[in-house]
Design a protein. Structure first.
Length: 103
C-alpha cells in the first residue's frame, strides 16, 4: 500500500525538491565558471526561495502538472532565478506604474 500525501504536500514537496536541485545546479555552474560562492549570495538565494516557489507553483498549477513535472519546473525556475525574478519584477512595475507615452 502506497502512502497518500495530503494535497498541500503533494503540491509543494516536488516544487521544494526541484528548487533545491536547481539551486545546487546553479551554484555548480557558477563554480565551474570560476565564480566564488559568498555568504551574501547564499543569503540572497535563501531569501528568494519563497518567491521562486510561488512562481514555480503558479506555472505548475496553470499547466496542470503533477509529480516529476513539478520537480522539473521547480529546478528550471531555480536554475534561471536571476532572469525570472528580473522579468517578473519588470512586468509588475509596468502594471503598477506604466511608462509615460512619448517619454
Amino acid at each position: 500500500m502506497t502512502p497518500v500525501l495530503p494535497d498541500w504536500a503533494a503540491r509543494l514537496v516536488p516544487i521544494a525538491t526541484g528548487l533545491g536541485l536547481g539551486t545546487a545546479a546553479k551554484y555548480a555552474l557558477s563554480m565551474m565558471d570560476g565564480a566564488k560562492i559568498t555568504a551574501r549570495g547564499l543569503v540572497i538565494d535563501l531569501l528568494l526561495q519563497g518567491v521562486l516557489a510561488l512562481i514555480a507553483l503558479a506555472i505548475s498549477d496553470a499547466a496542470g502538472l503533477t509529480g516529476n513535472a513539478r520537480v522539473f519546473v521547480g529546478a528550471l525556475v531555480a536554475l534561471n532565478s536571476d532572469r525570472i525574478v528580473r522579468k517578473v519584477r519588470d512586468v509588475f512595475f509596468d502594471k503598477v506604474h506604466p511608462p509615460t507615452p512619448g517619454v
